[in-house]
Design a protein around this ligand. Sequence first.
Ligand code: G3P
Length: 216
Amino acid sequence: MLFFIDTADINEIRRALSWGICDGVTTNPSLVAKTEKSFSQIIDEILAEVDGPVSLEVTATDYETMMEQARTLHARGENVVVKLPMTPDGIRATRTCAEEGMQTNVTLVFSPTQALIAAKAGATYVSPFIGRLDDVAADGMSLLSDIVEIYQNHGFATQVLAASIRHPEHVADAARIGADVATIPIGVLEKLFRHPLTDVGLARFMEDAKRVPGLD
Ligand code: G3P
């Protein structure tokens, strides 16, 4: 299972890369806006340090402009994944991108049939938004499970990317269900390391080590 970091903040990306467990990056316009930097500067910063897939989202809603933006983004780096919305124009653009050899990530997916359409269009990744479904008292994990099952049943190559992850249990559930990727905010990534018994155990080992000659 791959871990992507869900941010446009280069410092958060650097921190995640330093741990050696981060395989790529996903961004969206809201995450980009938070940085208060230009999109172009953010792209330069990220692509200078990340070799893995980097999802960069188009902001157009019509097919022609989406394709112009997709080609411009793709030209910035081979590892750029063009992120496109789950709309008829977005799906048409996904198909064209696939034909032109561009990687794509279909975003804002909230139903199994949307995920089915994204796969049929040849998307590289599909992004079901787990947390946003949970927010409206729907079951994000059951959507993830449905998508994994549908893709397995029909042999789709599209990778299931669990997005809108809010806490470690989402990551564990996504792994259990068989998601190919989870894109995780830095705060949740940090929590994945933690367990109180690890802290207690480490403190005890350190204390005991002090009593052993040559082990301090
Ligand atoms: O990048 C898409 C997704 O991960 C957004 O998450 O927390 O804004 O629902 P969130």
